[in-house]
Design a protein around this ligand. Structure first.
Ligand SMILES: Nc1nc2c([nH]c(=O)n2[C@H]2C[C@H](O)[C@@H](COP(=O)(O)OP(=O)(O)OP(=O)(O)O)O2)c(=O)[nH]1
Length: 145
């Protein structure tokens, strides 16, 4: 089988002053529509991670971000794509949030109250929780059947 190419993705972890993290829901028409994720998207040809993130957050949320540096890089193998996720913490932005793709947004602390969350984000959620000294289950427990 031919080796699968990675799809490079820039992802923004927007952190509010109280430590809350911004999650948004994936719009209709995309794989995993309705799942919660950190905002971001695929790099276009010739773009750096920071350039792609700045473009995506403007397109999706209408905000202009300040400096963003890659914090962690993870990979996730989905049926639709093998993705390499470049995670950037962002503490400064300007503009008012507008959900330009009909998504929903939620500022979240641990444990998260939104679900389901894209599995590609699980490792980063664990690291962010550990940084905050949060030891419990990061995701909301599943509803009893
Ligand atoms: N934005 C984002 N993508 C994530 C996260 N976790 C995760 O596995 N991914 C994966 C899902 C997708 O396969 C890929 C992002 O691609 P996308 O389809 O959302 O990107 P895009 O906005 O550029 O899409 P497009 O409509 O322009 O094709 O990364 C996350 O927390 N945030």
């Amino acid at each position: 089988m031919a080796e699968r190419r990675h799809t490079e993705v820039a992802v923004g972890i927007l952190i509010r002053e109280d430590g809350a993290l911004l999650l948004s829901s994936r719009p209709e028409g995309k794989p995993y529509a309705g799942y919660w994720e950190f905002p971001g998207g695929k790099l276009e040809a010739g773009e750096s991670v920071e350039q792609a993130l700045r473009r995506e957050l403007d397109e999706e949320l209408g905000v202009t971000i300040g400096a963003a540096e890659v914090w962690r890089v993870t990979e996730h193998d989905y049926p639709h794509a093998l993705v390499r996720l470049h995670w950037c913490k962002v503490r400064q932005w300007s503009g008012e949030f507008e959900m330009r793709e009909g998504q929903r947004m939620a500022w979240q602390q641990f444990p998260l109250t939104v679900s389901p969350v894209l599995p590609g984000a699980f490792p980063v959620l664990d690291w962010l929780a550990a940084e905050r000294g949060f030891a419990g289950a990061v995701l909301q427990p599943a509803e009893p059947a």
